[in-house]
Design a protein around this ligand. Structure first.
Ligand code: 6PG
Length: 238
């Protein structure tokens, strides 16, 4: 299905922010050309502080944006561990008056399964039955995880759903919700971003299409249009 090799950009944070801004613009313009709103899904972790927080109110037509999350920790949104809470604290305040529509992953439904089902319903209602996002952004774990899909969890990695509960994440907190590889690879454009030397081994393996244990390898292989944004350390250049 995939026809292009990943486009890799290595450089300082200013360059990576510039590239992300261009990809956001392309995603929004592509959707506008089709006469529809545009959508983006974002991770937690360093990507928020390093890249997303630099996207300001004038960097995109936010009034036409539906913003989703690629994963969430099963904690209240007010908890410092919450991905939605992190984005609110470090970024979303600056977009408050833009009209962006926020779709955080619910954590207030009694069961994790109920939260996953509710988010699948939201994705389908907003994005269509297959939940196709315009731009999917993920960070990369040292162990090659993406969103909350971890190496070795074959049931999760092979899921045909859009959103699943995760009961035993090796990265705390243990209970999470995550978009599946199906949802992440179904997007029109993927951005994988990594910072720091601890990510270099997983990133190298994924770019060489090696090590099928790693979710990042599978994601880069199967996603439609792949952009990889790396600082020099994550690219193994330091
Ligand atoms: C999460 C994230 C997760 C993250 C990676 C990389 O909720 O934990 O979505 O997938 O993106 O663990 O995190 P860092 O960039 O902070 O290392």
């Amino acid at each position: 299905m995939k026809s292009q090799r990943p486009e890799v950009v290595v450089g300082d944070v200013m360059l990576l922010r510039q590239r992300l801004r261009a990809l956001v613009t392309q995603a929004a313009e592509g959707a506008a050309a089709d006469g529809r709103r545009w959508s983006m899904a974002i991770p937690g972790g360093s990507v928020v502080a390093q890249l997303l927080s630099a996207l300001g109110p004038h960097d995109a037509p936010w009034e036409a944006c539906d913003l989703f999350w690629v994963d969430e920790r099963a904690v209240p949104w007010t908890d410092p561990d919450s991905n939605y809470g992190q984005a609110r604290a470090h970024w979303l305040g600056s977009l408050a008056s833009t009209g962006v529509r926020l779709h955080p992953i619910p954590v207030d439904v009694p069961t994790l399964e109920g939260c996953a089902t509710a988010y699948e319903a939201t994705m389908s209602a907003v994005l269509g039955p297959d939940g196709v996002l315009d731009l999917v952004i993920v960070g990369v774990g040292e162990d090659g995880h993406v969103a909350s899909l971890f190496p070795g969890d074959e049931e999760a990695l092979g899921s045909s759903r859009l959103v699943i509960p995760v009961a035993h994440s090796p990265k705390p907190p243990a209970q999470r919700l995550t978009l599946t590889l199906r949802a992440l690879t179904g997007g029109r454009c993927l951005v994988a971003a990594a910072f720091g030397a601890s990510k270099a081994t997983a990133v190298r393996a994924a770019l060489r299409d090696e090590d099928w244990e790693l979710p990042i390898t599978r994601l880069l292989r199967d996603a439609r249009r792949v952009n990889v944004l790396l600082d020099r350390a994550a690219a193994g250049q330091d």
